[in-house]
Write a protein that binds this ligand. Structure first.
Ligand code: NAD
Length: 477
């Protein structure tokens, strides 16, 4: 694995257009998931840092909230240019800080950078003003927005939420994941170069229970856009109610991949495994339940064993690596406990299993694991594991496949794999998920992203993402 660069120390936040020393004094170590070594230290902000950032955003909103869509489009273009210039650095730091596999880390960074261009395009499609008779309806920015992100694609979430907020005319205070401090620092340095009006963008790194809780509580914050776990999402909805916060919540998933009986396994199985193991399984949209017709189960098992060779565990910086380490000891323990539970509840390990893969004793590496003989009531089929663990569940009929797919508290993402497209579309139309992909993991920055049921509230991306930061206002003569 690569030799280590110098220890990094971060002591500042970004408030009112400049990097300022933290008021909070607590220091957190940044640990490399690849070998468990300390690679940096970050000084965490506190409630006072959050309040200073909120005050700056509130002040800036008094002018930026009245900006024209042309002015906002220009800023989005500058943000796009500024972030584009640091794609290499952002990719490298994701690999270093959370052990993201380089191929996937780059895709995440690129889609983050593209979010600014996509928002500029979407801006043009929004009906900002509508008039009839003596009524005029305008779409107004909701105000100061608190943006709270998860660690697993922190740069993407920051860019996506910031792009939508800037397009809507909102000012923001970002509370990035505390586990993404190195990534955030490089991204904010890049965004600083875009020269936004002072106070439009503010970033305070700290813990959820201090900095983010202040954003949720503070009456000067009008909206929270959150990406993270269901448990924290529930807190935000409850605590935000006291100040009538608008909320967008992007939460977890237990996404089904429905393999139809006419699927070509040489393509479908690699595709299903990519969906299960993307970002080393640490992805909200990971297709972690593979629903397979009973009649083809043996063939599927063989195809999985063969296709697993592409998902080798290794150094995340190596482009040939398919699965990197888990982000932390906690995440490693969590994955191990689910693998244990799967075995205890009677599922059969087809590939992988408990413990570290041979030769990877230092970091938080786990074995990519596929369980067969899983029923949809088992814990490994119901709960989000957030690691490379796939549950194969057999079904008898198409209707049963749809029933099992929808039998989940989640509804973020789903996939249908099959040769007859009309049939695949028919099945897709019956799945209760915010997004369904047919035959491949694919993306469209203008298509909405978000979940049914416990997977969240509201949508991001393109026009839908911008609308989440707007309020309609009617003037009647
Ligand atoms: P998490 O909920 O632990 O943390 C997310 C953010 O919330 C962090 O910035 C954290 O500091 C903050 N936070 C923690 N406690 C808080 C509190 N009491 N009040 C306010 N904020 C608080 O989640 P995580 O471990 O960072 O991310 C993994 C989770 O995120 C998974 O469940 C995953 O599915 C979900 N996720 C969802 C999407 C999506 O688009 N739907 C995308 C990525 C991740």
């Amino acid at each position: 694995m690569k030799t280590r660069t110098a220890m990094k120390t971060i002591t500042t936040h970004y408030v009112d257009g400049e990097f300022v020393e933290s008021h909070g004094r607590e220091v957190m170590e940044i640990i490399s998931p690849t070998d468990g070594q300390v690679i940096g230290r970050v000084t965490l902000g506190d409630e006072e840092d959050a309040r200073r950032a909120i005050a700056a955003a509130k002040h800036a909103f008094s002018t930026y909230g009245r900006s024209t869509t042309e002015e906002r489009a220009k800023l989005l273009r500058r943000l796009h240019e500024a972030a584009s210039a640091r794609i290499e650095d952002l990719t490298a730091v994701m690999v270093e800080e959370y052990g993201g596999v380089v191929q996937f880390a780059r895709l995440i960074v690129e889609s983050g950078v593209n979010a600014f261009a996509a928002a500029e395009q979407a801006l043009k499609e929004i009906p900002w003003t509508r008039r009839w008779d003596k009524t005029t309806v305008t779409l107004e920015p909701v105000g100061v927005a608190g943006l709270i992100t998860a660690w697993n694609a922190n740069a993407l979430f920051i860019c996506l939420k910031l792009a939508s907020a800037v397009a809507a005319g909102c000012t923001v205070v970002i509370k990035p994941s505390e586990m993404s401090s190195l990534q955030t620092r490089i991204l904010v340095e890049a965004l600083h170069e875009a020269g936004l009006p002072k106070g439009v963008l503010n970033v305070v790194t700290g813990l959820g229970t201090t900095v983010a809780a202040e954003l949720v509580r503070n009456p000067d914050v009008n909206k929270i856009s959150f990406t993270g776990s269901v448990a924290v999402g529930e807190n935000i909805m409850r605590d935000g109610a006291a100040t009538m916060k608008r909320v967008t919540l992007e939460l977890g998933g237990k996404s089904p991949t429905v393999l139809l009986d006419d699927a070509a396994l040489d393509k479908a199985i690699p595709s299903a495994l990519v969906m299960a193991f993307m970002n080393s399984g640490q992805a909200c949209a990971a297709g972690t339940r593979l629903l397979v017709p009973k009649s083809r189960l043996d063939e599927v098992k063989n195809a999985i064993c063969q296709a697993m060779h592409a998902f080798t565990v290794g150094d995340p910086a190596d482009p040939k690596t398919g699965v990197g380490p888990m982000v932390s000891q906690k995440q490693y323990d969590r994955v191990q406990s689910y693998i244990r539970k799967g075995i205890d509840e009677g599922a059969e390990v087809l590939v992988g299993g408990e413990g570290r893969p041979q030769g990877f004793e230092a970091g938080y590496f786990v074995k990519p694991t596929v369980f067969v003989n899983v029923t949809n009531d088992m814990t490994i089929a119901r709960e989000e594991i957030f690691g490379p663990v796939l549950s194969v569940i057999a079904y008898d009929s198409e209707n049963e496949a749809i029933r099992i797919a929808n039998d989940s508290k989640y509804g973020l993402h789903a996939a249908v794999l099959g040769t007859d497209l009309a049939r695949a579309r028919r099945v897709a139309s019956q799945l209760r998920a915010g997004r369904v992909v047919i035959n491949n993991m694919t993306d469209d920055p203008q298509a909405p992203w978000g979940g049914f049921k416990y997977s969240g509230v509201g949508r991001e991306y393109g026009r839908y993402g911008i609308e989440a930061f707007l309020e309609p206002k009617a003037v009647l003569e």
